[in-house]
Design a protein around this ligand. Sequence first.
Ligand SMILES: [Zn+2]
Length: 135
Amino acid sequence: MERESSIFTRAFNFRVSVKQIIMHELKVARDLAVIVLEVASREKLSSVTAVNITFGKMIQIVPDIFDFAFRECIRGTLAADASLNIEVLSVKTKCLECLEEFVPEGFCFRCMKCGSENLEIIQGKEIFVKSIEGE
Ligand SMILES: [Zn+2]
């Protein structure tokens, strides 16, 4: 009996975390849709053909889920047929002790030169629209 309830708890927790991940993608997708439609209206486009965006790896966007969420947000608009191209930037850090810049391996956030843990993330937290194409 106890075993069953612990399985249920685990399954429930998993479902909650999946929902949270989707909410994250949905929020960013909504923001992106607003930007795309604003640009389209400002530039007087009749249709948007491509949206090119860049995410840092630390943003933890799942491209497939994001694509799906973005489709939902632009359905029925002049950007409905736009292709979405996602570029993911790797994480880069800078050691604040010896100023070495490097790409950390896995989740080991320690300077590869001097071993310090006093690091600053200089790439990987950003999210931006690179370009919007249309006609
Ligand atoms: Zn260092």
